[in-house]
Ligand binder design. Structure first.
Ligand code: FAD
Length: 279
């Protein structure tokens, strides 16, 4: 009798242990599969601490901001941007859009590559920022949301710091092995030294030759130069971007005069409004 009772107890304990193990395993799998929540609030500015500032050239720096925990993600959909709030040289509030060069696969922090203009209002704020300072950030913002396979090919025409949204979208496409979208980028600058993220862009072109092509254009090229010269022309778009079609899109982001000129070129070349997007 005692023997039978002991056996029953053993069985009960074994079943209980199995139930606990299954529950713990399921909870672990559930937590692992759950997408981590982002750190942004579209309605309110939130503060992020500057943990690193690295000068890339005389007027460009990379700013690294910490997220609340080492496993936190920013939570910015591909193709969207954030609003940064600061003060200009006269102490007035200024809010400007910026696109991080990091993705949600980069946890614990996010980075901005900022070009600082001598008279720029927000540029002043970034120039003055020191490690340990906080930046007010709101988001996500923007009308463009990239979904893998949304189009067969993307053309991109970027000028100066307008490269950052293109960089973000391109990185997301190339790092997703299931996304076969082809990317054709035309990137315009004044001088060779002005080209932002060149090392990263050239690395992507080298690593993904069938999926990503880049064509640089300079107003003032160096003596030895195999890219385009002058302003981005209709012919350059015709040669380096996908031809107008229902399953392609051309994105543009640059200084206002360039955006205007590119819109006119694209219209003339037969790209419909649906085929064009301006960040
Ligand atoms: C979606 C989006 C994402 C962006 N992401 C980034 C980013 O990641 N990094 C970044 O550095 N910038 C980015 N920008 C540009 C940024 O929002 C500001 O416009 C830029 O930092 C200049 O702001 P400012 O207040 O310093 O200059 P402002 O006070 O607006 O202008 C000062 C002077 O600089 C000139 N200027 C302003 N912008 C440009 C430009 N793009 N090219 C040439 N001259 C210019 C003006 O003509 C003026 O003479 C982005 C813009 C958009 C729309």
């Amino acid at each position: 009798m005692e023997f039978l009772q002991g056996q029953r107890l053993e069985t009960t304990l074994a079943v209980a242990a199995a139930v606990v193990a299954v529950a713990a395993g399921s909870a672990y799998l559930f937590l692992r599969s759950r997408k981590p929540r982002g750190c942004l609030d579209p309605e309110n500015f939130k503060e992020f601490k500057l943990v690193e500032k690295r000068q890339l050239s005389h007027n460009v720096a990379k700013f690294k901001f910490a997220l609340p925990t080492p496993t936190s993600v920013l939570g910015l959909p591909i193709g969207q941007h954030i609003s940064c709030r600061g003060q200009d040289a006269s102490g007035e509030e200024v809010i400007k859009p910026y696109t991080p060069t990091t993705l949600d696969s980069d946890v614990g922090s996010f980075e901005l590559v900022i070009k600082m203009y001598p008279q720029g209002r927000m540029s002043h704020h970034f120039r003055e920022m020191k490690v340990g300072d906080y930046m007010s950030v709101k988001g996500p913002k923007g009308r463009f949301k990239y979904l893998p396979g949304q189009v067969r090919a993307l053309g991109m025409v970027a000028g100066g710091s307008g490269i950052t949204p293109m960089f973000q979208v391109t990185r997301a496409i190339l790092e997703n092995p299931k996304d076969n979208t082809k990317v054709h980028l035309i990137y315009a600058n004044v001088t060779y030294e002005d080209i932002l993220l060149k090392e990263e862009l050239d690395g992507m072109a080298k690593n993904y030759p069938d999926r990503f092509k880049i064509y640089y254009v300079l107003n003032q090229p160096p003596e030895v130069w195999d890219g385009g010269v002058g302003f981005v022309s209709k012919e350059m778009i015709q040669t380096h971007c996908p031809a107008p079609a229902a399953d392609i899109q051309v994105l543009r982001c640059g200084p206002p005069p360039m955006n205007k000129a590119m819109a006119a070129h694209l219209d003339d070349l037969g790209y419909t409004k649906e085929m064009q997007f301006q960040f």
